[in-house]
Write a protein that binds this ligand. Sequence first.
Ligand code: ARG
Length: 564
Amino acid sequence: MPFRSMIADKIAPLVGMEANAVVSLMEIPPDPAMGDYALPCFAFAKTMRKNPMMIAQSIAEAPQADCVTGVEAVKGYVNFTVDKQLYAKTVLNAVQAQGDKYGAEDVGHGRTVCIDYSSINIAKPFHIGHLSSTAIGHALYNLYNFMGYRSVGINHLGDWGTQFGKLLAAYELWGNGMDIEQAGVEGMLKLYVKFHAEAEADDSLNDLGRQWFRRIEDNDPEAMDLFVRFKDTTIKEVMHVYDMLGITFDSYAGESFYNDKMEPVIEELREKGLLTESNGAQVVDLEPYGMPPCLVLKSDGATLYATRDMAAAFYRKHTYDFAKCLYVVAYQQNLHFRQWFKTVELMGHDWAADLEHVAFGMVSLADGGTLSTRKGNVVRLEDVLLSAVERARMILDEKSPNIENKDEVARKVGIGAVVFGVLYNARIKDIAFSYDRVLSFEGETAPYVQYTYARTNSLLQKAADVMNETPDFSALENEFAFAVLRSIARFPETLKAAMEKNEPYLIARNVVELAQAYNRFYYEVRILDDDKAASAARVGLSAAANTVLHTGLTLLGVAAPERM
Ligand code: ARG
């Protein structure tokens, strides 16, 4: 932010603050007519013992940095206008110099952030309910890496619980040596559904389920062999979806991984006097914090979801020494995370403060026409992705019948549309997913941004000869070019804010805003004309837009086809 620093250097001594502190107070006015930067003076009132209006007035009258061409005090704010050509030159040079690292800042200094995301359940379909966790987690994974952290992506598999005893019981009763791989998760689901239906009438089935679960707990070879086959088959199926999404994980250590790692945690809780008995169960009383107790051990000695999550947190702390550990999990699990985070804090571990539940809202389907993708009662994510690809293909047939690699482009557009669709809103909002909306080439969507990116590629190819001219930045002194510049200039702050708040939607919005501004510029301003120096400046602006659109999409986990 060189302009802010230049401006702030002059202001700092006037208000008795460090220049950095002044920089962090500065804002970009919502209406560019008000100026390029604004400094609210309310924070100075107390120490300077003057009212904000008078402070703003006195700042506006003082000598300013060289880049400032206009300054005005308005209602307790100082608005600064900077030299337009210098602004254009500075922004474009920064993008050119930093290339695909533009916007990156080493905030992390190589520290580690663990990101627990997607975290699917064994023997259950990878359904649309896991889309947000997967997309948000992947975007954060990319973003933290970009900002100097080392991301560790963890798929905390749901691979433990009495339901697996029932599944094995059902397999024994009705599986008749079915080929588990062949039957896949769908077959497992059928067994499971049948088990529940039959157990309604015949309670002895539940005993059988418990027996099988006991055998898993006891590491009985036959039970384990079956269970591992169910698990491997599920993982193989989800891998296919992760491949489509371009996601890999650093660890698949799930719930069962912690079977032998809970004892020390329980022991520590006991030693620290945090366990109390409640109806035979061992719990941590959280009454003073306005929460129900955190269940650690059931009366039969069985451990719980929270017990495993605590063991996992200790394991991650020891293994990765994280600076932060994020849990990208639906808001329905709010209480669960608050309870065990509090428990770790009560155990006296200060790193409890580094655990964060990155919650998100629900995804439902808006289009009625999607019912055909339903198998049973769930909407499989793979079906949604494939269906989006198919629709993207149809749109491309119409809009760009002659592009090369149409299948490849359709894949990137279709899958990108779905991912972008859940990243475009603040996490906590519930989303009604609609194919038509996410695939619209005119909306605030991946295809719109991808199309704009492809447009800049075509232009840059056509304009190769002016790229070496010395640009005449006065050619960018118009509102259309400036809207593009502002959007590009804002990108680094956007990334920082997105990381601080764990909100990828901020990136998605910046990228859409940039695409919109660029398209307006493209239609309103002739980019290539006889004036080579002016053309070079406009092409330079297009090149910078190209870079930022590409970086933005990539960080969000959305592919950017070169041509569309
Ligand atoms: N498998 C769980 C579910 O689908 C999510 C697990 C989230 N991660 C965690 N460490 N609890 O609801």
